[in-house]
Design a protein around this ligand. Structure first.
Ligand code: AMP
Length: 337
């Protein structure tokens, strides 16, 4: 009887099933989680770091103003920037391309297009090297020729419409540290952060600086999740306890991430945390229930007062109850989490 009662099948079956059900529930809610380990990380997350451009701000960033600082006309500055940004996946590049197309600007024949990790892009016409990059001197994006700034492009970006609400919900879930990590200038970060009531800002970071910041936060808080979308975010997505990529982010970000927001919005994030917490409660509940019932039956059996049917119930019955408890996670409507 002791042998029957001590069979661990209720735990062995229901624990992985709870994780599968939790991952299924999260995917119905719009977050694809790549493993049980990340369900745990999201459940206990008390610190979230966010990239700015394309993550806290929406994709509708646009060119606000073009200024020439050289003999080139504003139209020519735009044409150079358009041609240099021809292949970049960065949201600023997309905004410059859209603006150039709206203004019927033709593309120059440039070659040797290259990304400057976390700062911009370069290309050459065979004679000169042009770049579109963040500048140490100016807040606006600089267009340079052989290293000299020839023009400036001001970019307007606005927080995602849902960002403020999502951050509020995260705070109410006990996420007490919300941090912005950005490669952009301090002033641009401050503007977005103040609209979202984020006080912890780390600006002008290279991809490796973002990794260092997340490591510091892991040391201080015990864990840190990162949400980002860009190619430059891949290292920090890998380093954080749960790296979360925006669904329409760069391929590198999506591949490196531990979870992906399937829609291009942050809305599902608080719900995913609630689902992960519910999943962990289900796992713990099933383990505790199984152990308590089995311990009681084993004690009774040791004193010779447990009938055989009770030992069978404590094995098969408990296993069934635990399985049904796990399956409840996936049966529940996503909107109820
Ligand atoms: P990220 O952290 O990837 O957003 O990049 C940090 C900063 O580098 C951005 O805020 C821009 O100022 C600049 N940057 C990166 N890529 C580009 C690009 N393709 N064109 C213009 N600026 C860029």
């Amino acid at each position: 009887m002791c042998l029957v009662a001590s069979c661990p099948c209720s735990i062995v079956i229901s624990v992985p099933l709870s994780y599968f059900a939790g991952i299924g529930a999260a995917s119905k809610a719009g977050v694809l989680i790549k493993g049980g380990k990340f369900v745990e990380a999201l459940a206990k997350a008390s610190c979230f770091a966010f990239d700015k451009t394309g993550t806290l701000t929406d994709n509708h960033i646009s060119v606000k103003e073009i200024k020439s600082l050289s003999n080139y006309s504003e139209k020519e500055i735009l044409q150079i920037a358009y041609s240099v940004e021809a292949h970049s996946a960065h949201p600023i590049a997309a905004a410059i391309r859209d603006y150039a197309k709206e203004n019927h600007i033709s593309k120059l024949e440039l070659k040797d297009h290259a990304e400057l990790s976390g700062s911009g892009v370069t290309a050459s016409d065979g004679e000169h090297i042009y770049s579109v990059t963040k500048s140490a001197e100016y807040t606006a994006t600089a267009v340079t020729k052989d290293g000299a700034v020839i023009g400036l492009i001001s970019i307007a970006e606005r927080p995602r419409p849902e960002a403020k609400d999502v951050l509020e919900k995260l705070r109410s879930l006990g996420v007490n540290q919300l941090v912005m990590l950005s490669g952009d200038k301090e002033a641009a970060c401050q503007k977005v952060a103040s609209e979202l009531s984020i006080t912890d800002i780390h600006a002008e970071l290279l991809p490796e600086d973002k990794v260092r910041c997340v490591e510091d936060m892991i040391k201080a808080n015990g864990s840190c999740c990162f949400v980002g979308d860009g190619i430059n975010d891949a290292p920090v997505l890998t380093r954080s306890d749960c790296g979360i990529a925006m669904g329409l982010g760069s391929d590198a970000a999506i591949e490196s991430a531990d979870a992906v927001l399937s829609a291009q919005t942050l809305t599902a994030l608080p719900r995913a945390i609630r689902i992960c917490r519910k999943t962990m409660n289900t796992v713990r509940g099933n383990i505790a229930f199984s152990l308590i019932v089995k311990a009681l039956v084993i004690i009774l059996a040791a004193f010779g007062i447990a009938p055989l049917w009770l030992a069978v119930v404590s094995d098969t019955g408990v296993c069934l109850i635990c399985v049904l408890n796990a399956v409840r996670l996936i049966k529940r409507k996503a909107s109820l989490f």
